[in-house]
Design a protein around this ligand. Structure first.
Ligand code: HDE
Length: 754
């Protein structure tokens, strides 16, 4: 058989059938990790779509695949065709008058191919353009039924979800690890219709009124003249605005904290930000704030890592999410609610619940878990799913309603409006990723990109010609009925309530809740960002703002900028800390963490194999790093190299373990310097020293099971430094390193200057 034809048929088979998929490795319900964690970047058969990928219509309510419907629609049959299905025999040459002749206008395939390509792009999101997403399932605990009648919150109900994470400021091709807020938007395909929870990883916002949104975004985006800097807040217009508009102080402080540079989307909290109103089956209402709590804990990069990653691996977060899911280390979050009585004041413990620049400390209103989110499948097509998904706060289900938060109210308008431009018309709800899983019977008709074939003659109500169909539902038949919340009689005016005026007490609460290490990072972040501003007046104004938060913060940043600190504000109060705001001090699961094992041909390869296995057994990913690629050891018992000194950079690893002789630093010379027949050890490869030095400065555990003193000294790692393990055996080294990993970093090494 013709080999090309055979290959084409094989691809077609893969696209067609579930049979070729290994059933035991199909991502399924939340539960034990399956399949065992593997290196995410190793190519895994079958050809796409792979077992970790699903289209929106291939996932059942329980997250199980239901068939490759999506692939069949877009790609059926083994042969390349035109859009009309005519089979093609050549797609490499345009139709010409002779081999050297002019191209003929009648070449439909040429024109169709180029024309479609010319129109492949759609406008990127005006904010949150850069994103990564995954499919999953939400399993309700049933604990919310006392406060909400939403069907998907009832005990053990499983609802398919699609979650898109994003950065706010950067363009679609910008780097993942910039200092910014992250979006955390979740689409629940419930049986009562779609519910979208469109949140961020920071619980407060820059502004209190939607009318200020264009201002903050224009200030944060690149300067309009030269269009620099990309995806950064470290520039004059951003700091100009946030220092003049002091309601931005709280969010800016969170951005300057470690929350602005998450380690992974899997390790971020999510917040609904606004207060929402829940309604139970009896019609009683409760005000709530939504929280997503990651099972892996809340972890961050250090600033130097974030900067290195932006160059070395701009897709750092996107890769991490897809890789973890592909490896079977499914990320999980608990959804929780803080509940508040729905009183006319809409105020709790003196905090205005309609002010989106305020949190309610968890110590005052604990977060009560109501369900578990598991992301268990990667999208099959970035554009069709991640790019075309359209979230909207107005996508509500019975049991969940909005409040009068002026920021929320403006958002209710904005999302539909922007999607009309971005997705080219009013029918984007028919795109597979946006389609509800509930029956639809609307009277919306026609428009650009209409793909539904509506029947009947009477798309209006009342009608008799279609027998009065469709009918109106009532509350007992599942209608979404707005809560008849009272609106205080008032006059029309452009004003904010007096309770929105306090812009500093909660930033101070945040600052006072930080550990010394976290404070050091905040000081460094302000010093960096303001140091990138040109205008002296902006820096001085920023220091005045900081003086209203904390005297030490202001003085330290002023010292870094080389400016006098303005006098501290004598009215600073001590609201007391909220320990829940700090990221430090706990021990967290290790799922999906990356263990770098440095080895060379002379290393203790049995030890390397045992550390690899122990890493896999612990649900982590081992990556062997060697001077050059290929394998180490003899053919029948070799170790595969996954990273070389040229491709490994410390940011990728949560810990570095040096194997046997490699640890001595005598033979870990680079492929770059090595020559065939070398017998004498050469100097240690500077890239290995850099790897170790960076891992050390970034607070990562380092282990070795041979004498590594010289190597450590060469890498400027002080002898006896915390978190540097000199083990006797591979196993004991691994065990000690693992103990340290649970705390995320070796915090005793901070404060440093990174
Ligand atoms: Fe958004 N926001 N936003 N936002 N937002 C958009 O909608 C807007 C705000 C958030 O992955 C846009 O479809 C206004 C707060 C996320 O597709 C746009 C205001 C929070 C995403 C828009 C806000 C968010 C968006 C751009 C002030 C956290 C990405 C493209 C009133 C609670 C969703 C789009 C995705 C996207 C408007 C404030 C979160 C322009 C006017 C507060 C996660 O409609």
């Amino acid at each position: 058989q013709n080999p090309i034809k055979a290959a084409a048929e094989k691809i077609a088979d893969t696209l067609r059938g579930e049979e070729s998929r290994p059933q035991d490795s199909v991502p399924g319900k939340p539960g034990p990790v399956s399949p065992p964690v593997q290196e995410p970047t190793e190519p895994v058969q079958p050809l796409p779509p792979k077992v970790d990928q699903h289209g929106p219509e291939t996932v059942s309510p329980t997250g199980q695949p239901t068939g490759a419907e999506q692939a069949r629609v877009a790609q059926s049959g083994a042969y390349l065709t035109t859009a009309q299905g005519a089979r093609l025999y050549d797609t490499d040459h345009s139709l010409k008058a002779g081999p050297r002749g002019p191209v003929l206008l009648q070449d439909h395939h040429l024109r169709e191919k180029i024309t479609h390509f010319d129109h492949e792009r759609i406008p990127e999101r005006v904010v949150h353009a850069r994103g990564a997403a995954a499919h999953g399932v939400f399993q309700a605990y049933g604990t919310a039924t006392a406060v909400s009648k939403a069907a998907f919150l009832a005990k053990d109900v499983e609802t398919p979800v699609f979650v898109r994470f994003s950065t706010v400021l950067g363009s679609r091709g910008s780097a993942d690890t910039v200092r910014d807020t992250r979006g955390f938007a979740t689409k629940f395909y419930t049986e009562e219709g779609v519910f979208d929870l469109v949140g961020n990883n920071i619980p407060v916002f820059f502004i209190q009124d939607a009318i200020k949104f264009p201002d903050i975004i224009h200030a944060g985006k690149p300067h309009p003249d030269r269009e620099i800097p990309q995806a950064q807040s470290a520039h004059d217009t951003f700091w100009d605005f946030v220092t003049l508009h002091t309601e931005a102080t709280h969010h800016t402080l969170w951005n300057m904290s470690d929350r602005g540079i998450p380690r992974s989307y899997r390790m971020m909290e999510g917040f609904g930000v606004h207060t929402f109103r829940l309604v139970n089956a009896e019609g009683a209402t409760t005000l709530v704030k939504f929280h997503w709590k990651p099972k892996l804990g809340v972890h961050s990069l250090v600033w130097e890592e974030a900067q290195i990653a932006a160059g070395v691996d701009p897709d750092f977060h996107r890769r991490d999410l897809a890789g973890a899911i592909e490896a079977g280390a499914f990320p999980q979050w608990e959804l929780g609610i803080q509940t508040f009585p729905d009183t006319p004041e809409q105020n709790f413990a003196g905090i205005d619940l309609l002010d989106p620049t305020k949190i309610v400390p968890e110590e005052l209103a604990p977060v009560q878990p109501i369900g578990l989110l598991t992301l268990n499948a990667n999208p099959s097509n970035y554009f069709a799913e991640t790019e075309q998904v359209a979230f909207h706060l107005g996508h509500l289900v019975p049991g969940i309603d909005v409040t009068d938060d002026p920021l929320l109210q403006g958002r209710l308008f904005s999302y539909l409006d922007t999607q009309l431009t971005r997705l080219g018309g009013p029918n984007f709800g028919q795109l597979p990723i946006n389609r509800t899983h509930a029956p639809v019977n609307d009277m919306l008709r026609d428009g650009m990109h209409q793909t539904a074939v509506h029947r009947g003659v009477a798309p209006y109500r009342p009608n008799s010609l279609d027998g009065g169909c469709p009918f109106l539902a009532g509350e007992s038949t599942g209608a979404f009925v707005e809560v008849p919340a009272a609106v205080a009689a008032s006059v029309k005016e452009r004003k904010a309530p007096a309770s929105f005026d306090d812009h500093f007490s909660q930033p101070r609460l945040f600052w006072l809740s930080m550990t010394p290490t976290e404070r050091e990072h905040i000081i460094a972040a302000y010093t960096f960002e303001l140091g990138k501003c040109y205008e002296q007046a902006i820096k001085e104004r920023a220091l005045l703002v900081l003086a209203n938060i904390d005297t030490e913060l202001c003085e330290q940043v002023a010292a870094g900028l080389g400016l006098p600190a303005p006098a501290g504000d004598s009215r600073l109060t001590d609201p007391g800390p909220s320990p829940a705001l700090s990221q430090l001090g706990q021990t967290w699961p290790l799922d999906g963490r990356i263990v770098g094992i440095v080895a060379d041909a002379n290393a203790d390869l049995d030890g390397v194999r045992s550390v690899r296995q122990a890493t896999l057994d612990a649900g982590m990913v081992p990556l062997v790093i060697a001077p050059a690629g290929g394998t180490l050891g003899t053919d029948d018992n070799s170790v595969t190299v996954q990273r070389t000194f040229a491709t490994a950079r410390s940011i990728e690893f949560d810990t570095i373990i040096l194997a046997g002789a490699a640890a001595a630093g005598t033979d870990a010379h680079g492929a770059r310097d090595a020559k065939a027949g070398d017998t004498q050890p050469t100097a240690t490869d500077p890239r290995l020293l850099l790897l170790l030095n960076e891992a050390f400065r970034h607070g990562k555990a380092i282990g070795a099971w041979a004498d590594a003193d010289t190597l450590m000294a060469d890498a400027a790692i002080p002898s006896g430094a915390p978190g540097v393990i000199q083990g006797d055996t591979a196993t004991s080294t691994f065990e000690q390193v693992t103990q340290l990993l649970g705390a995320h970093r070796v915090w005793e090494r901070f404060p440093t200057t990174v």
